[in-house]
Design a protein around this ligand. Sequence first.
Ligand SMILES: [Zn+2]
Length: 240
Amino acid sequence: MAKERIHALRRECGWGDPDRWFMILGAGLLLATLALPAAAGGIACESTRVVVAAEDPADVRAVCDGAASAVAFLARHRVDALTPVEVRVAGELPAGMPSTAVGCCASDGGRVYLLDYAAYAGRQRLLFNLPPDRAFYSAAAAHEVAHAMLLGSSGAHRLGMVAHEYVAYVAMFDSLPPAHRARLLALHPSAQLDTEGVQPALLLMLDPMRFGAAAYRHFEREPDPAGFLGDVLSGRALAE
Ligand SMILES: [Zn+2]
């Protein structure tokens, strides 16, 4: 199971790989040249610069909900969330992604690929260890859109993996309805983050969702959440 979870972490175009910058660059170039089925136009999500291309209107709604939540979370904490992002929803991810992946983000943040809900539902347990649910699907979209926003913002593309994932996981947990968030946190009752040293990186590598739960708990206790996120994005906190 631990191995599956490491693969689940790698659902994002190279995140989790020790040579991640090369992988991200490689994935970005790969994604830029892929000939995925053309989407029949995209639908702009309200109050964001996110456009979703999906066949099922229910998928569009779920992805827009997640995207809007991520954008609102970042804006609420004084983080730019202005990157134009196209989310392509399909039954398959670009070639080369692990079979446990549900989505990924191009290196410049301009494009996110996400499985459609039907395909995603078969893999949800690998991520959340809970039964498939559109609220969790929206949360997965929020996670990827948060990455996209950071990758598209000035300077943040140089962030380390722990800093990037901290923001994405906290935005993801924040996007969940309270009952869903409580169920997910209850699966990791003792997860805590030690922001000094290598503990966060190890936790992220061994059990990404446990890292996410620990990050969210840490963020909830933070007396100045916006200030802490600013420190994360400037490299003063959670630097590797
Ligand atoms: Zn991530």
